[in-house]
Design a protein around this ligand. Structure first.
Ligand code: RIB
Ligand code: CA
Length: 307
């Protein structure tokens, strides 16, 4: 069983990662925190609470950062990808559920302290909350077991600029703090997420077996697919955040390299991730994935739990 702290900016693909994690008997979601990214912090937090109710989760939810680590306002939000509300503007986001009172970074540090070397931090948004936890709580990086992050790219072009992936570009200073920490880190970046694509047939096979919940997933992913089709005339879309969750449950489906990751903070390559191969390095990077088995696993786990 893996004890997981999920840091997320829901987000349509974040919602899919969350339902996958909730479907895995080998995963214990101990806590969830929110960060701005795919939408404002208010929207991402409301979405997390809404999804908690929809997916019948019990994990506490902590509100995180609304500003970048350097105190600056975030870039504009990607309404064209995730809708104004972050979940495709397809259903009203309402729930009676509330957040816990602690901040996200304090909750991360507390949980790591309570369960030293046991917590996997799965970060599928920008890294602001994680960097705050590292800066504010001296033992945090030692207490964590590992960080698995969705973000960055080695050889695939960026998805915000020609060089940068969204989660790293959102707060490169935070990414720099996280990559310089002593925590073992695995990067699940665009090199593998862009090739793991959800087709319309795959989506139908998944959602048609899930009743009302399937209808909701179909609607939010329909918005996401339409965005991708505007550029490619192809409704397939990449599986970003869920693939990081699949690495957490099934790392044997990935080919990885060890080494040292860093991030460019200045100039027009700001937000680009760099990698120096070294078998003794603290970082692991996913360079390839068994797409067929990753997709099969994803669909089967969700159907087993929710159909
Ligand atoms: O680049 C993809 C990442 O950016 C995903 O985490 C997506 O949810 C957005 O945050
Ligand atoms: Ca995300």
């Amino acid at each position: 069983m893996k004890d997981v702290f999920l840091d997320t900016d829901p987000g349509i693909d974040d919602a899919m990662a969350l339902i996958y994690l909730a479907s895995c008997p080998s995963v214990n979601i101990r806590a969830i925190s929110t960060v701005m990214g795919n939408a404002s912090l208010d929207n991402c937090t409301a979405n997390a609470l809404f999804l908690k109710e929809k997916f019948r989760l019990t994990a506490p939810i902590y509100r995180g950062a609304s500003l970048c680590i350097n105190g600056k306002e975030p870039h504009s939000f990607p309404d064209h990808v995730h809708g104004k509300n972050g979940l495709g503007d397809v259903v009203p986001i309402n729930t009676e559920l509330c957040c816990e009172s602690h901040s996200a970074h304090r909750a991360m540090a507390n949980l790591a302290l309570q369960s030293p070397s046991k917590i996997t931090l799965l970060a599928i948004g920008q890294l602001t909350n994680v960097a705050l936890a590292i800066l504010a709580h001296v033992n945090f990086s030692k207490d964590l077991n590992e960080i698995i992050l969705m973000g960055g790219s080695l050889n695939f072009p960026g998805n915000v600029t020609a060089w940068a992936e969204a989660n790293i570009y959102g707060d490169p200073e935070a990414a720099d703090i996280v990559l310089r920490s002593e925590v073992p880190i695995t990067m699940v970046g665009l090199d593998v997420t862009m090739k793991t694509r959800i087709s319309q047939k795959f989506l139908k096979d998944l959602t048609s077996g899930l009743g009302d919940l399937g209808g909701f997933l179909d609607q939010i992913n329909g918005f996401y697919a339409n965005h991708y089709a505007k550029h490619t005339e192809n409704y397939d879309f990449p599986m970003h955040d869920s693939l990081a969750a699949i690495f957490l449950t099934n790392p044997e489906l990935f080919i990885t390299r060890r080494g040292w990751l860093s991030v460019v903070k200045h100039g027009n390559e700001r937000g680009k991730t760099l990698f120096r191969a070294d078998e003794k390095g603290p970082h692991t990077v996913c360079v390839d994935v068994d797409v067929t088995n990753a997709l099969d696993l994803f669909r089967q786990k969700i159907l087993d739990k929710y159909s």
